[in-house]
Structures are given as structure tokens and as C-alpha cells.
Design a protein around this ligand. Structure first.
Ligand code: BGC
Length: 246
């Protein structure tokens, strides 16, 4: 069984058909740069492009960078305010003619890691943090996802965590790794204090650079990179399109 996974990110919108039995891509991933104004109309057009490119007519899972409840967008911090209140599943179903299941992008990445990656069958408290343009979180307890946790929006140093610690902040402020890592350490220490996870998985863009900062992270909790790295979002979105896994 296959589903198309679409991962809507701050810098790129990525998609690939995924074999749901093993999480592998069934065709080469396609990445389209995220336009500076990513409105609902723009995403609908992009989804149509993906469907054409992959000649797709089956289910599609969409990882979206905001809170999604019952197929409706409630927040879109790093996209565009015109998203608020949009029935994203209906919008993309009309644009593509395919069944759509949308969920938060970090929750999607978490599903991939929980079912096929680093969190596999863990029965404790597992937290995946995607660190990229923003910071997203996916929390699992005894195998169940607690959706839309939004731990990147924790108040921190007069701002919110993702505006202090994300990879975008590192880039925008031109910080070296040794200048940026103390910010990440400070954030993870807060997370550890309030959640006491058994495992923290780092996903998103930062997972590809894990070795640049892992030695300087000092926590009680084990911290590992996402096994599927930046592909976890696509794989998990495809899983979400299949009722068998949720
Ligand atoms: C959004 C989250 C999202 C994260 C990563 C945050 O700004 O509020 O929903 O998971 O960025 O994309």
C-alpha cells in the first residue's frame, strides 16, 4: 500500500510516494521552494503540481506547519495569516481530486520516527523536536501521539523558543555552532524540566547536522537524531493518510 506524503516547510514543499510497509520512497522526492507568500491558493496549486508529477490518484497525507484540528488550520506562524480557519483537507481535495489527511508537520515526523525510526515501539515519553525554520514538537506517551503540542512556542527570554533557538535564528544572526548550541542547550533543559521525557529525537534541518552540536548538549535524557532525518515529515504524512497506522 502506498500514499503520497507532502511536507510543507518554511523553505521548501517536499513530496514523495511512500511505501507504507517500510517507509521507503517509491519515486524520487520532488522539492518546490516555498514562495515568500504561501497562501492557501499557492499550496493548492503546488499540490496539483505534485499530483501531476507523480501521476497520483490515491490518498495524500499533508504535514502542515501549524495546529490542525479536524482538517482545519488553527495557526500558521511561519506561513501566512490567510491560512487561519481554512479547511485544508477540503481545499486540497478539491484541488487534487484525492483523499486528503492533514496534520501538524512535527506530528507527522514523529509518526515516522515512532513507527519506523528511533522511537520505535517505545512505551515511555518520547519527544521529537523538529528544528528548522521554526521548532515543532511531537509527543508520544505509551505509543499514543498527543497532537499539536507546539513546544516551539514556549515563552523564552522575552520571546518564544523558536525565535531564539531555531536553525533560522542561527542563520539570520549568522551564529557559529558554538554560539548557537548554548541556546539549544538552554531550550532542551527547559523541555526536560517540564516534560521529563525518556527520549528526545531531533528532527528537521538540525538532524542532518547532529554531529556539529550533540557533544555540547548536556541532559539527563538521551538525545538522538531522527533516523529518517528531514525525510521523516514526508514519510509520517504518508502514514497519516493511511487509517491503518493511526
Ligand atoms: C509551528 C508548528 C510547526 C513548527 C515547525 C511552528 O512555528 O507553530 O506548528 O510544527 O513551526 O514547522
Amino acid at each position: 500500500m502506498k500514499a503520497l506524503g507532502i511536507d510543507v516547510g518554511g523553505t521548501g514543499i517536499k513530496a514523495a510516494p511512500v511505501d507504507l510497509s517500510n517507509g521507503e520512497f517509491d519515486a524520487e522526492r520532488l522539492r518546490i521552494p516555498t514562495p515568500s507568500l504561501c497562501t492557501p491558493e499557492v499550496l493548492a496549486k503546488t499540490a496539483k503540481e505534485f499530483v501531476g508529477h507523480f501521476n497520483w490518484s490515491e490518498s495524500i497525507g499533508v504535514g502542515f506547519p501549524g495546529v490542525i484540528k479536524q482538517g482545519k488550520v488553527l495557526t500558521a506562524a511561519n506561513l501566512d495569516d490567510s491560512w487561519i480557519g481554512v479547511a485544508i483537507d477540503d481545499l486540497l481535495r478539491e484541488a487534487t481530486g484525492c483523499e486528503i489527511h492533514s496534520l501538524n508537520d512535527a506530528d507527522a515526523a514523529g509518526l515516522a520516527e515512532f513507527h519506523l525510526g528511533e522511537g520505535q515501539a517505545h512505551q515511555g515519553m518520547v519527544l521529537l523536536l523538529t528544528i528548522g525554520t521554526g521548532i515543532g514538537s511531537a509527543l508520544f506517551y505509551q505509543g499514543k501521539l498527543v497532537p499539536n503540542t507546539e513546544l516551539g512556542h514556549l515563552p523564552m527570554n522575552g520571546t518564544i523558543a523558536e525565535k531564539y533557538t531555531s536553525r533560522k535564528v542561527k542563520k539570520d544572526l549568522d551564529l557559529t555552532w558554538s554560539e548557537w548550541v548554548p541556546r539549544l542547550q538552554e531550550y532542551l533543559a527547559i523541555i526536560e524540566r517540564i516534560i521529563t521525557p525518556d527520549l528526545i529525537i531531533i528532527g528537521g534541518g538540525a538532524s542532518k547536522k547532529f554531529e556539529k552540536f550533540s557533544a555540547d548538549i548536556n541532559l539527563q535524557t538521551p538525545v538522538v537524531p531522527a533516523r529518517h532525518q528531514h525525510h521523516a515529515g514526508i514519510i509520517g504524512a504518508a502514514f497519516a493518510a493511511s487509517n491503518s497506522i493511526l
